[in-house]
Design a protein around this ligand. Structure first.
Ligand code: GLP
Length: 261
């Protein structure tokens, strides 16, 4: 890969693939490599429709006998507030359905912030402390919202710091309504790792597909570093890989496809 802008230690690799299937394979193999290199690694995982194929690839690698998750720990990015873990709309349920129950991960090593805690502030602090005690996140998988949100860090006047609660924006509520029977059922609040938490991960892999994400991807790579596009902070991360399909990459100049910027 050719490096076109020298930003010192900071690097953002842009891997453009044909479609969602290729994206899933590529991201699944990147995460798989992390597990092979460090069997007791800490993975930061994400929900949303985009990473589902990535999880399927990780499951396939497990079934082939390539990956062993028994020593891996997981910290998920976020959860809805007011939704119990056994509710099929919760991110805890999503993770069980789409990954945990299909591999030999130790459920005691999987962590998702609780959106049901009576003291949410204490829950956020405890989540951060547990992550720190586990040695911090080695690899963080991220999806991205149409408005550039990562985790549930919505566009704001400042970049957020640590795990905290958030009010979801109208655009996110609308985007997530497709998973619910009615828009009214979509939770309006969530708990999420903060931007600083995400930036502390040693490696970040961001996945995106489709035209709807093209503007957010442009802002992530070439826009100003601005809390109105939370993902733009990744320009300051030292090891981020974007695995995106051609539609999501469509607003980026072709010269920077498959390069490091
Ligand atoms: C939610 C999640 C994000 C995710 C986003 C995009 O808001 N909190 O982590 O990136 O949805 O989801 P999708 O991949 O379905 O477009």
């Amino acid at each position: 890969m050719k490096k076109i802008i020298n930003k010192g230690e900071k690097e953002m690799k842009i891997v453009v693939v044909k479609n969602s299937e290729e994206m899933s394979k590529k991201a699944g193999r990147l995460i798989g490599s992390q597990v092979i290199v460090k069997e007791n690694c800490v993975l930061g995982l994400a929900t949303g429709s985009t990473p589902i194929g990535t999880y399927q690839d990780m499951i396939a690698q497990y079934k082939e006998g390539v990956l062993d998750f028994s020593k891996v720990s997981v910290f998920n990015l976020d959860e809805y507030i007011g939704v119990t873990a056994d509710n099929d709309q919760s991110y805890a349920y999503f993770m069980k359905e789409n990954l945990f129950q299909h591999v030999n991960i130790d459920l005691a090593k999987t962590n998702i912030p609780s959106g049901m805690a009576t003291d949410m502030e204490a829950e956020c602090l405890a989540y951060e402390a547990k992550m720190k005690a586990a040695g911090g996140v080695d690899l963080q998988l991220l999806g991205i919202g149409n408005n550039g949100h990562i985790g549930f860090n919505e566009p704001d006047h400042n970049f957020s710091q640590r795990t905290h609660t958030v009010q979801l924006t109208e655009s996110t509520i609308e985007a997530n309504a497709r998973f619910f029977k009615t828009k009214e059922e979509v939770p309006t609040m969530a708990v999420t790792m903060g931007i600083k938490t995400i930036m502390n991960a040693r490696k970040v892999v961001l996945v995106a597909t489709g035209k709807g994400k093209a503007q957010a991807i442009y802002g992530t790579v070439l826009g100003p570093i601005d809390p109105q596009v939370p993902s733009s902070i990744l320009q300051l991360h030292k090891d981020t890989v974007l695995v995106i399909d051609e539609e999501a990459a469509s607003l980026l100049p072709k010269e920077i496809w498959n390069t490091e910027v």
